[in-house]
Design a binder for this molecule. Structure first.
Ligand code: SF4
Length: 413
């Protein structure tokens, strides 16, 4: 297959991600664009959230095999690093390798990367292989179906003991919501403005992980007390500040967002929910007993009244804002064992695959929002920190202790 034929084929960034991630596809010997040898000990964890494509990669570089640990960003073109504004984004400060399909154009030396960042043009290696076609990469199989064939240490344990799994998920979920409650308390103490804190946290929950920071900044730049009282005027103000003020400091992430979850739709929902109502909205929500399923449903109904917010997003606000708020203020004396479930997201799915294997039944956890929160916390506390090979994971020891997640706190903050 010659270069011309390769160039006609639709190589996408996801192809390059798969080629980097999968050791059976990735060329065994790589070099940087200046000729230094690179051995991939671990390609890193496939990052399904905002930020670099792979976290915590381990590379050995040069004849001395100097070990480098950090993140890896993938693009089609070398110039994309600069074009996507990563140079100024603190999320990308730990990137140690920029892996591309195409090398930089001749004469283009200013790519915006730090000097020590490795530049690897994967396309240069793959295009030399006559036996390979991008059509053979099953893109849908990444990253979940291509988890290592060896089960993670937690998988057989949880397969043998589903009750232990549920106990661990519950503890992890409680820990997550208690941490959120603690953070909310700190925010109240600092701002002395309960309605504003609620407004800011709710907007952040509107934005999913990708746009949470941008929505938080929007709430800061346009406080609820300055929102116009009518829905139309509030939407105009929110849209204007989002575009003219927030976008200058934080980029709105629009890639891979379904139309129903678009930023514009979220802004419309925010306008409908908060225009002229923030304190009275809080009064209505405070009246719901979140310790009970009926009370949780009533709170979600209040949030969904405008019909611009779906049931699952309302449940996300319930779990991420309302329950921690009620706990922080003592309106409930404990985090409820059951919370209406929000939609699963990529991190939940990835963690569930790691803990429970490829063929597990999502019904095990998807019906309880506390279990979903637990999966997110396990990802953060254990899977991220223990990578690679789960070798530094102490979840199993903690699972054997009476109250595993509450007692040991790898990242208590
Ligand atoms: S790091 Fe994650 S997948 Fe590995 S053993 Fe620990 S909990 Fe399981």
């Amino acid at each position: 297959m010659d270069k011309t034929e390769w160039n006609r084929r639709p190589i996408t960034e996801r192809h390059v991600q798969a080629l980097w991630y999968d050791g059976t596809l990735r060329p065994p010997r790589l070099r940087t664009t200046d000729g230094t040898s690179v051995h991939v000990v671990d390609p890193g964890a496939w990052n399904v959230e905002a930020g670099p494509d792979f976290r915590h990669a381990v590379l050995e570089v040069g004849a001395e095999r100097q070990r480098i640990v950090g993140d890896v960003e993938i693009h089609l073109h070398a110039a994309d690093w600069r074009a996507h504004g990563h140079a100024a984004d603190p999320d990308y400060a730990r990137v140690v390798a920029h892996v591309t399909w195409y090398a930089a154009s001749p004469g283009r030396t200013q790519d915006g990367l730090r000097d020590r960042c490795l530049r690897i043009c994967l396309g240069d290696f793959i295009r030399k292989r006559p036996d390979f076609s991008p059509d053979e990469i099953d893109l849908a199989a990444y990253p979940y179906a291509r988890l290592p064939a060896t089960p993670r240490p937690c998988e057989p344990l949880f397969a043998r003991d589903p009750d232990l799994l549920l106990a661990v998920l519950r503890q992890a979920g409680i820990r997550r919501l208690e941490l959120k409650a603690r953070r909310l308390k700190t925010v109240f103490a600092r701002t002395q403005d309960r309605a504003q804190a609620f407004y800011a946290e709710t907007l952040a929950a509107f934005g999913y992980k990708q746009n949470a920071a941008a929505f938080r900044r929007l709430a800061d730049r346009l406080p609820w007390s300055e929102l116009p009282a009518t829905r139309e005027a509030a939407l105009a103000s929110l849209s204007c500040v989002a575009e003219m003020v927030v976008a200058r400091a934080v980029s709105w992430r629009r890639a891979n967002v379904r139309p129903a979850n678009s930023i514009e739709r979220r802004l419309a929902a925010a306008a409908a929910l908060f225009a002229g109502t923030c304190p009275s909205l809080l009064v209505r929500l405070d009246a719901c007993d979140l310790a009970t399923r009926g009370g949780q449903q009533a709170a979600c109904d209040v949030l969904c009244a405008s019909r611009l917010l779906g049931k699952r997003r309302a449940a996300a606000i319930l779990a991420n804002v309302l329950v921690p708020l009620a706990y922080a203020e003592g309106r409930i004396d404990r985090i409820p064992d059951e919370i209406l479930p929000e939609e699963t997201n990529a991190v939940v799915r990835l963690t569930a695959f790691r803990l429970l294997g490829r063929d597990h039944n999502p019904a095990l956890y998807a019906g309880n929002g506390l279990f979903l929160q637990g999966l997110l916390q396990i990802h953060r506390d254990f899977c991220l920190a223990a990578h690679p090979d789960c070798d530094r994971c102490d979840l199993l020891q903690l699972a054997a202790a009476p109250a595993p997640h509450r007692q040991a706190t790898p990242k208590d903050n």
